[in-house]
Design a protein around this ligand. Structure first.
Ligand SMILES: [Zn+2]
Length: 178
């Protein structure tokens, strides 16, 4: 039996298995996208995967430091996992009303970002689909052909992100059904 760590968007599993569970179909269909090697002890797993001593203060996951140094530093400062750091950065930008923050639209618990619309740029969010939002913060209509999907806001973060906009025109992302 060896120790493994597996992660999906919804779950984190740390436990002992007699073979690498990441190879199992069951874990693939449950959306686990990263897994570790097997280790003889929990301590060895912790050390090899650079896991912080305290879990994420928001979602309680164990935090792995396997990113670039600047990103690792942010995770350490917040004691938050990668996903929670992502949402915390978005929240801070919105609360501070930065250029980025003002261009984030929260609609039905999903976040969309409006990027600058350069007509000469071929690489656009949603393939250049036209979006129109009513920004509830400023009561103005915003039209964009360069809208990007930041994702569904995780349940634990939803209370911090009330809807800030209504989508008048546009679409939700395509979903892959497994
Ligand atoms: Zn977290």
């Amino acid at each position: 039996m060896k120790w493994y760590i597996l992660e999906s968007a919804e779950e984190q599993i740390i436990g002992q298995f007699d073979h690498n569970p990441f190879d199992d179909w069951e874990f693939k269909v449950r959306g686990f996208s990263t897994g570790s090697s097997g280790y003889d002890t929990k301590e060895a797993l912790w050390e090899a995967n650079h896991i912080l001593p305290q879990p994420c203060i928001i979602c309680k996951r164990w935090i792995q430091l396997h990113w670039i140094p600047e990103r690792n530093q942010k995770l350490i400062e917040r004691n938050m996992c990668f996903g929670c750091t992502f949402w915390d950065e978005k929240l801070q930008a919105m609360l501070q009303g930065t250029y980025e923050g003002r261009r984030k639209m929260v609609v039905n618990g999903c976040m969309y970002s409006i990027a600058p619309d350069d007509p000469t740029d071929d690489f656009k969010g949603f393939g250049g689909t036209k979006f129109q939002f009513l920004d509830l913060r400023t009561n103005t209509f915003i039209v964009s052909r360069n809208t990007w999907f930041n994702g569904e806001i995780p349940t634990v973060w939803l209370p911090a992100f009330p809807d800030t906009a209504i989508m008048i025109e546009g679409r939700t992302p395509f979903r892959v059904i497994t």
